[in-house]
Design a protein around this ligand. Sequence first.
Ligand SMILES: [Zn+2]
Length: 241
Amino acid sequence: MAQCKGRYADQELTFTNGREFYTEKRCSRKALDGELCKRCEKNEKIPFDPRHQLEQFQGKVGEEYFKKSVLYGSPWFLKKVERDNYEIAKDVLAIAKQAQRDAIYGTQMPRKKKEETPAAAPAPVPEVKPEVKPEVNPEVKPKKPRAPRKKKEETPTPPPPPAPEPTAPIAVESAEEPLEALEVIKISVTLKTINGKQVWYDSKKSKVYELKKDKSVGKYLGRFDSAEDKIADFPDSDVDV
Ligand SMILES: [Zn+2]
């Protein structure tokens, strides 16, 4: 059985100017009849929202990247390198390239997993497991290896332009949308019941998000008013910036 081709964001890396981009990883499950596992087939149906893309299905490995994806090799990434002259340290570039190769060639296939034992029941999808990483404080997250900013002047050699893998055709389109709209918002949410309704809750900012049927994080609903146990209408400050 072949490995699922679902593609997701993985490791956070940065350009030399500090802006982030992400490596990709391949779903480690087994594909069903098609090229995706059961979970990815479900995830594929969820509309891609660039703001929540760190938890979202990003197409299949080897295929074109979504236009607003912040993965290495995406149209957005290439624009940053080619048009805005963003630079990447060599070691950082190597990490991203390796991740892309690993994803395409599928070296992440697990060996002995529970799922390999033929069972009558399909692999259970954890009920409460949210698509977002629960309770991972972005601030506490250890910084991934990044290019020290000061080195920029000491090493004037610009990194070679990232050559996209031949299996990943990339179309660079003209920018008709502002790239600034691509800020990815990292939030930590937990399930919460407010006034009898289950929602995703960002306790740090008291923000409430819709709990979609597929358990993913939906749209922003407002702030949690703990005194009234209700969702107060409140403009999303993250959007306004
Ligand atoms: Zn999958």
